[in-house]
Design a protein around this ligand. Structure first.
Ligand SMILES: Cc1cc2nc3c(=O)[nH]c(=O)nc-3n(C[C@H](O)[C@H](O)[C@H](O)COP(=O)(O)OP(=O)(O)OC[C@H]3O[C@@H](n4cnc5c(N)ncnc54)[C@H](O)[C@@H]3O)c2cc1C
Ligand code: HEM
Length: 399
């Protein structure tokens, strides 16, 4: 809890910081990367370039300050951050660097309005949040029995074209030991070093049930758009990772972990590459409780872009209460019974008991916004809705 002296300054400056938030975060990253170019290897420079990350780190600090008395609102935000931080190997030594440049950026952007007591108050709030994050991250490294940022060399032992733009890679630890255990829904970070010596990390959800020998990831090739460049790591993996290749992979982390071990009905809704964590969940349920009611909704552009169909068909052989609805946006190959034309529509999904089932969503932000609203309108309690975002979580976008 920040001190009584600091509190009024925080309260008074939250709206000001919100107004100048983007300027502050841009200044913060620019100054930090100028002073510490080595940190570019740690951050996702694609997110920096597209501007998504700028809204994330500092806005979390401001959200923390704004909700300082509302621990319940902060718990999920903090949980997501510490899992992401653990996945990329953040340590206590990094925090003073970020703190210095964040406070410096507030000062630079606000000018004279950033009085010494105001800066002191924000320093106190930052340190408080940093202390909580550091403790949580250290506990995660300890529990996983790894050093921060520790990478494991894994050999690609199978590659499968899952769709027009998705390849699945099966990875086996090169050290001969068991593959890392994980909960379905979790992700690993893959570290790629390019010819120019720069390194980048990207997260990939594990796309099969845990097993002691291998991990599987499924990667969508992020193609060049009209004005956007081709994605760095996904294209590198598609073009360079083949049978026998060695990849550097982190321990699995992530707090999107649907309950695979219970017997309650469960609803898994995904679009595009968002199917990856759902397949891990489905395959685990097929192993442990094949009699469970599972509603599996998936949306894709068309059947050429529909990944992991074989996994769903295989699960269906043993899961009598697996109900699958597929939506093809371009309207091809639809039978109107299990495969529908257009975007996912709640009315076309099988019915389930809203009071009993948790609903898990993963896909593009637009897809999740649409489904989230439809589910709430249909009377599904918000407490039953859970989501995974394949990028920095932008706070409150689902409201
Ligand atoms: C928890 C989590 C789980 C994930 N799971 C999966 C998964 O299972 N499978 C999967 O395929 N992906 C997954 N992702 C996404 C993945 O981590 C990468 O973000 C994705 O592969 C793109 O990375 P990239 O290096 O190819 O693209 P990047 O180089 O990072 O580019 C990303 C986007 O930014 C745009 N961009 C880059 N530079 C600029 C610029 N200068 N101006 C404007 N736009 C720009 C690119 O065009 C591209 O569209 C997951 C992400 C998270 C956070
Ligand atoms: C109080 C301090 C901090 C806060 C509030 C914070 C907040 C965040 C948030 C909100 C995200 C996005 C999580 C998501 O994916 O949704 C994030 C990711 C990240 N943070 Fe932090 N962070 C802090 C400190 C640090 C420090 C000290 C570092 C290291 C220099 C760091 C490096 C990163 C990296 C590398 C990512 C992953 C995003 C990317 O790949 O660019 N953060 N952080």
């Amino acid at each position: 809890m920040v001190s009584a002296a600091a509190r009024p300054y925080i309260d008074a400056s939250v709206p000001v910081l919100r107004e100048h938030g983007l300027d502050i975060t841009r200044t913060f990253y620019r100054n930090m990367f100028d002073a510490h170019p080595e940190l570019k290897n740690l951050f996702n420079m694609g997110n920096q370039a597209s501007g998504v990350q700028q809204q994330s780190l500092a806005s979390a600090v401001f959200a923390y300050a704004a909700n300082i008395d509302n621990a319940a609102a902060l718990t999920p935000v903090v949980s997501r951050i510490v899992h992401k931080h653990a996945s990329v190997g953040i340590t206590a030594e990094h925090y003073p660097i970020v703190g210095r440049h964040l406070l410096g950026a507030i000062q630079e952007v606000l000018g004279d309005a950033a009085t010494p007591p105001l800066i002191d108050a924000w320093a106190e709030a930052y340190n408080e949040l940093a202390t909580a994050l550091i403790a949580a991250e250290q506990a995660m490294y300890k529990q996983a029995n790894i050093a921060p940022g520790q990478l494991r060399t894994m050999r690609v032992v199978a590659v499968r074209n899952e769709s027009e733009d998705i390849k699945a890679f099966v990875l086996q630890p090169e050290d001969g030991q068991a593959a890392s255990d994980f909960k379905p829904g979790q992700y690993v970070s893959v570290s790629v070093t390019f010819d120019d010596g720069t390194t980048q990390l990207r997260q990939y959800s594990l796309s099969d049930a845990p097993n002691p020998r291998t991990l599987r990831i499924s990667v969508k090739r992020e193609r060049r758009g009209d004005v956007t460049p081709a994605g760095l790591v996904s294209n590198w993996l598609h073009d360079n990772a083949g049978l026998g290749s060695l990849l550097q992979v982190t321990h699995p982390f992530g707090d999107f972990t649907p309950d695979t071990e219970s017997s309650a009905p469960i609803v898994l809704l995904s679009a595009g590459i968002g199917i990856t964590p759902m397949i891990s969940v489905l395959n685990r349920i097929a192993q442990v409780s094949p009699q469970r009611q599972v509603v599996f909704g998936h949306a894709a552009r068309n059947s050429d872009y529909h990944a992991h169909r074989a996994d769903v068909a295989e699960a269906g052989k043993t899961m009598a209460r697996l109900q699958v609805s597929t939506f093809y946006e371009d309207g091809s190959d639809c039978d109107g019974v299990a495969t529908f034309a257009g975007r996912m529509a709640l009315s076309r999904l099988p019915r389930w008991d809203h009071g009993e089932a948790n609903v898990y969503l993963c896909g593009p932000v637009e897809f999740m916004q649409e489904q989230w609203r439809a589910l709430i309108d249909a009377g599904v309690p918000a407490s039953r809705l859970h989501r995974e975002v394949f990028g920095p979580e932008l706070l409150n976008y689902l409201k």
